[in-house]
Write a protein that binds this ligand. Sequence first.
Ligand SMILES: [Zn+2]
Ligand SMILES: [Zn+2]
Length: 322
Amino acid sequence: MRLAQEAHEAIRPTDVRHQASEIGDQLGAEEKKVYELVWRQAVASQMLPAVYEQVSADIKAGVYGLRATGSKLIFDGWERLNKSEEARSLPELKEKEKLTLMELVPSQHFTEPPARYTEATLIKKLEEEGIGRPSTYAPIISTIQGRGYVSLEGRALKPEDAGVIVNDKILVPYFPDVVDLSFTAKMEESFDEIARGEKNWVELIRGFYGPFAQELEKAEESIDKSSMTTIAETDEKCPDSGHPLVIKFGRYGRFYSCTGFPDCKYARPYIEKIGMNCPDCKEGEVIIKRTKRGKSFYGCSRYPNCKWASWKDPRNPEKGKE
Ligand SMILES: [Zn+2]
Ligand SMILES: [Zn+2]
């Protein structure tokens, strides 16, 4: 956190008296919004903290003790500019006051699994862990998408086959240091030290590269390329040789392959249907396809006769929207 901030110079208005509302007509609509954001943040950072009064009430209901908490804004401070979420306030209460039960709402809560990272939450996580620097956040985010390791589903980053294979089957078992958060964070710190002239880069790189070259050699020897790309086993037998079929990940996405390979060359495309007819030709079925980079999209099974394709899930077109 500290170092990420260190490398990051704040953006601020050159003259605080220039408000977006006044100079807005000299800017485009987008620029005006950005300027407004920068101005607010810069000015808010110079204002006093907001003050809240925390209120909690213990309420007796038969044998049960209930507690309600709320907060009341006493002084708005910087929140006058950047309004945070509406504070939940309690109504005025007196001690020993009798309350009336208006409604009893039985409800069950489930703990949600953690949400997928978005680009924004991933950058926040990188910052927390001390990985990357403001100048490298954007390239990191675009590289993992460009190589097809993850793809965007709405705002969420969804792991793709290539990402799962590279991470689970190569990086984690063969290059534990490279995917170790504290190792990487320490490396970043060392780079900062080199940049400040406090550390010798040759020594650092030698210290890293020696063990890394060994790991690389070991990985090259022991990685079995054909098992590496196997995504799932199936109950199906090969129609040619009788060996079990597996689903593999290749240059053009997923396909069925025979475990008798290379003696048996049987293979056929893996078609993932979503149980819906093509919205365009109404004849074909919607199938999940993948680009060369491994990013999934929706297409028609009658391709190339029907060219319908979409990034968004046609079953739930709202979901993919920004
Ligand atoms: Zn076969
Ligand atoms: Zn179609």
